[in-house]
Design a protein around this ligand. Structure first.
Ligand SMILES: *[C@@H]1O[C@H](CO)[C@@H](O)[C@H](O)[C@H]1NC(C)=O
Length: 222
């Protein structure tokens, strides 16, 4: 054993010396150097293939989403990367909606009637905080619930999970701005993305609604 070890060590030592020598002298045609050259070029081509395979894999994996919708809101911020949604600017979306409210999602329910295998749709009970637009419609549709401080209006909103809407999901207890249309069944549905509740967004939506009414004589009569 000991001799074998020593022999092996000596061989390794020689091998190393030859390698070092041939590197030092740049004698690449030396058989040992040639061998190491073959090994390293094998590694090189393996890593090249790995690289190529990775690139091909990435291309194939990303293929279903070539045209992601990259939407900007009224201030040019990116608001969506949903693959198939279309979204209007907040200004246009506000004008397009018949009802604009801020409110809190009190409860989310499965919307079996509108769900498909691909898309689970939800509807939500929204506690209305402030009505920017469509007060009459809200009053017609809302249920008045007694509250701790004062009664509040509850409306049912459907369309959460709608793949045609970019920001289409909420969680219970979220407070958001909702841009809505009547759904034809005495309830409301999302017409565009759910809007984050910030002071700027509140002011902005308010300003758009006001400028709209200034132009056409407060059509909803509120
Ligand atoms: C929003 O309302 C407009 C105008 O009625 C309509 O064309 C559009 O399809 C609605 N969007 C959604 C997601 O329902």
């Amino acid at each position: 054993m000991a001799t074998m070890n020593t022999t092996a060590q000596m061989e390794a030592q020689q091998h190393f010396t030859k390698l070092t020598n041939c590197r030092n002298r740049k004698r690449l045609k030396n058989s040992l150097c040639g061998y190491s050259h073959v090994v390293s070029s094998t590694y090189t081509s393996i890593s090249l293939w790995m690289c190529l395979l990775t690139v091909v894999f990435c291309l194939v994996a990303l293929c279903p989403y070539p045209a992601r919708a990259l939407m900007l809101d009224a201030r040019g911020r990116l608001i969506s990367q949903h693959p198939r949604c279309r979204d209007a600017r907040l200004k246009d979306a506000t004008k397009m909606a018949d009802v604009v409210v801020s409110g809190k999602v009190v409860k989310l329910l499965q919307d079996e009637a509108h769900s498909t295998i691909d898309h689970r749709m939800m509807k939500g009970e929204i506690e209305v905080k402030r009505v920017f637009k469509g007060e009459n419609m809200v009053d017609q549709m809302a249920e008045i619930m007694p509250g701790r401080l004062r009664p509040h209006k509850m409306v049912m909103v459907e369309g959460f999970g709608d793949p045609g809407i970019c920001h289409n999901s909420v969680r219970e207890r979220d407070t958001k701005i909702f841009l809505l249309k009547p759904n034809g069944n005495g309830e409301l549905k999302l017409n565009s993305s759910v809007v984050t509740l910030t002071l700027r967004n509140l002011d902005y939506v308010d300003a758009v609604v006001h400028s709209e009414y200034k132009g056409d004589n407060r059509q909803d009569g509120s």
